[in-house]
Ligand binder design. Structure first.
Ligand code: ZN
Length: 365
């Protein structure tokens, strides 16, 4: 937590190197993968003799601590009342630390897995999943069939996540004096109609039993220069969260068809840029990884975990589909602690997480 890995810019290298030293001291082979200056991914491995590898995966970058309301130094790594407090303690240096400790414990016991046990720690998750994308573009994880993401879940088990589909629509109209709007083409008027119809527009989908319905939210708007000038440009950014089975081509097609319809009323020129495109993923409830995780959480912590889904994207959405692997999310810390002031993780949950990750390796490998 004391390493400042706020992303942007990330600067994950010192924290990743420290983690690598810890793993090497436990006798584990560590490889690094460079994203850019001062930014690395880490891949550590206890080798088995066949494929069907198990990947423990987490990210080491964090979001900015924000303007205020911290009662402790966000990068102090303060431990008090059974809690580690600080930016990234729950999201998700706690999960990464628990995974690394599980690897070290298993190496210390001379654990001999059937297939590889891999720890993959990424840079760059919080902005654009740059580390996961780089990792997926190489063969470092090839042969893996299961992936465990250690994002904070309060040790519940999540087997699905919504897709993230962000777009920016820009409308170009024609400016005119504000007293003669009939001579212009008002880009803000176009965008206003688009937003209202988007919010009502029936995108095709099958509801998911763990993820519910897709969502749409227009979260940025920008246009116009002066009260008496008809705006010739307006830009909006749209955050859509998709469910499995929903085709992004279809969603984009419907967005464009809607724009076409409104262009017949207000003849602007339009552009659509895709800002983020991470697919929805879902592992079946009866998958062995889901079943094993739920039963080990119960054995270790005594709690009967909720098995559900999350509305946000993780590195798993990039890595699991690229490998054809099943995925679960299970980690220490409460999901609602993520990105908050005074973020913390309970030490007890960190310790349980170590045992859960070790239990998974023993059972599945
Ligand atoms: Zn996270």
């Amino acid at each position: 937590v004391r390493f400042d890995t706020v992303n942007p810019p990330g600067n994950e290298e010192p924290a990743i190197r420290r983690l690598g030293e810890f793993l090497e001291q436990a006798g584990i082979v560590v490889e690094y993968q460079r994203l850019s200056e001062n930014r690395l991914n880490l891949v550590a491995r206890i080798r088995g003799s066949r494929s069907g590898h198990l990947v423990l995966c987490g990210h080491i970058d964090v979001v900015h601590p924000g303007a205020g309301s911290w009662e402790v130094e966000p990068f102090g790594g303060v431990i008090t009342d059974g809690r580690l407090i600080g930016r990234g303690s729950a999201d998700m240096k706690g999960g990464v630390a628990a995974m690394a400790q599980a690897m070290a414990d298993l190496a210390g016991e001379h654990f001999q897995p059937k297939a590889d046990l891999i720890l993959a720690v990424t840079a760059g998750e919080e902005v654009d999943m740059a580390g996961a994308k780089l990792l997926s573009s190489t063969d470092l994880l090839s042969g893996a069939s299961r992936i465990v993401i250690g994002e904070p879940t309060s040790l519940d088990v999540f087997r699905a996540e919504k897709g993230v589909f962000w777009t920016r629509v820009t409308a170009h109209g024609r400016t005119a004096h504000g007293s003669m709007p009939n001579l212009g083409v008002n880009a803000i008027s176009f965008m206003a109609r688009l937003i209202i119809r988007l919010e009502e527009y029936p995108f095709a989908f099958e509801p998911s039993d763990v993820l519910g319905n897709p969502t749409i939210s227009v979260n940025v708007i920008d246009g116009g220069v002066k009260t008496n000038v008809v705006p010739d440009r307006c830009r909006a950014e749209i955050d859509m969260r998709l469910v499995p089975g929903q085709s992004r081509a279809d969603v984009l097609g419907r967005l464009k068809a809607l724009m076409e319809e409104i262009r017949a009323e207000i003849p602007v020129r339009t552009e659509v840029d895709i800002l983020q495109d991470v697919p929805a993923v879902e592992t079946p409830a009866d998958d062995e990884l889901v079943q094993a995780t739920a039963s080990i959480v119960n054995e270790v912590s005594g709690k009967k975990p909720t098995i559900g889904g999350v509305s946000y994207g993780t590195d798993g959405a990039i890595i699991a589909p690229s490998l054809g692997a099943s995925m679960v999310i299970v980690g220490p810390g409460a999901p609602e602690q993520a990105h908050q002031p005074n973020e913390y993780v309970k030490i007890e949950e960190l310790e349980s997480a170590v045992e859960i990750y070790k239990g998974l390796a023993r059972r599945l490998l």
